[in-house]
Design a protein around this ligand. Structure first.
Ligand code: SIN
Length: 279
């Protein structure tokens, strides 16, 4: 018997799922319903979950192998779990800018599963933006041109000495990306390997330039795309409660962790599922 219900949270993307206890093994029927909701809504939320680290990883493993982040140190005994913490004294948060997780890898992340351990009484919401909509709403001329372009992605800016994520080195163990940090070329428009839909695949944090062009030449069009792909009509905003797990699809979304809770503590744990090479 499958009592799963799926409640969209905005007109653009996102849905809350009820009737699932993630501390238990999901039946194939439950798994299929959750998987379909993930593909249909791009980010799904499960409130009031009580899960151990092993249960968090076990649920994530139903979708693929788990990533060990190259810059953010995982938990002792659970290297696949990143603790994303903002202490009351911290000014900068992790993930506080529009991005797609791990697009700086040759095979970027399929999805991320973020579990809320402690959240401020107000603030600390996360936004997601639907990158299918970002693509679908472009003109046919722009679609055609972008369809021929590739872009260079790198962790150089974000994880370098002065990058945004690097500023989290206060309360998170974040390594410095050296000069030898690799770059990878990904299509600007990628085809989702499961749905077959096209999505825009550039993000402010990790996309440096178009392949075969300089950064200066690339920036005017990149800036247009960064603004276009995160406009409010493509987004949802989620108000966290402790015990909620969010699971988003990095192949067709971007997200932004709001930093509007100075002086308060927020503690999340993230497991990231490996993906394949974008095409
Ligand atoms: C992240 O970018 O993975 C963190 C998102 C959040 O803390 O809301």
């Amino acid at each position: 018997m499958n009592d799963i219900s799926v409640q969209p949270i905005s007109g653009a993307l996102g849905a809350e799922i009820s009737g699932v206890d993630l501390s238990r093994d999901l039946s194939n029927e439950q798994f299929n319903a959750v998987h379909q909701a993930f593909l249909d809504h791009q980010v799904i939320f499960f409130r009031d979950q009580k899960i151990s680290h092993d249960q968090h990883k076990a649920f994530a493993r139903r979708f693929g192998t788990l990533n060990i982040h190259p810059y953010v140190k995982g938990m002792d005994g659970h290297p696949e779990i990143m603790q994303i913490v903002k202490e009351p004294a911290d000014k900068v948060n992790f993930g506080g800018g529009w991005h797609t997780d791990m697009s700086f890898l040759e095979e970027p992340a399929l999805g991320s599963l973020l579990y809320a351990k402690e959240v401020p009484s107000v603030g600390g919401d996360t936004l997601w933006a639907n990158q299918y909509l970002a693509y679908d709403t472009l003109s046919s001329g722009m679609k055609e041109m972008l369809g021929r372009l590739k872009a260079i992605h790198t962790a150089k800016g974000e994880y370098s000495e002065r990058g945004h994520s690097a500023q989290k080195r206060g309360s998170m163990d974040v390594a410095v990306a050296g000069d030898d940090v690799p770059s990878y070329e990904h299509p600007v428009v990628r085809t989702h390997p499961e749905t077959g839909r096209k999505a825009l695949y550039v993000n402010m944090a990790f996309t440096e330039k178009f392949a075969g062009m300089t950064r200066r030449e690339s920036l005017p069009l990149l800036k247009f795309l960064f603004e276009h792909c995160t406009q409010e009509g493509f987004t949802c905003r989620f108000r966290w409660t402790a015990g909620t797990l969010a699971f988003w699809d990095n192949r067709c979304t971007q997200h932004f962790a709001l930093n509007d809770y100075q002086g308060k503590r927020r503690h999340m744990e993230r497991v990231t599922v490996n993906g394949d090479k974008p095409f």
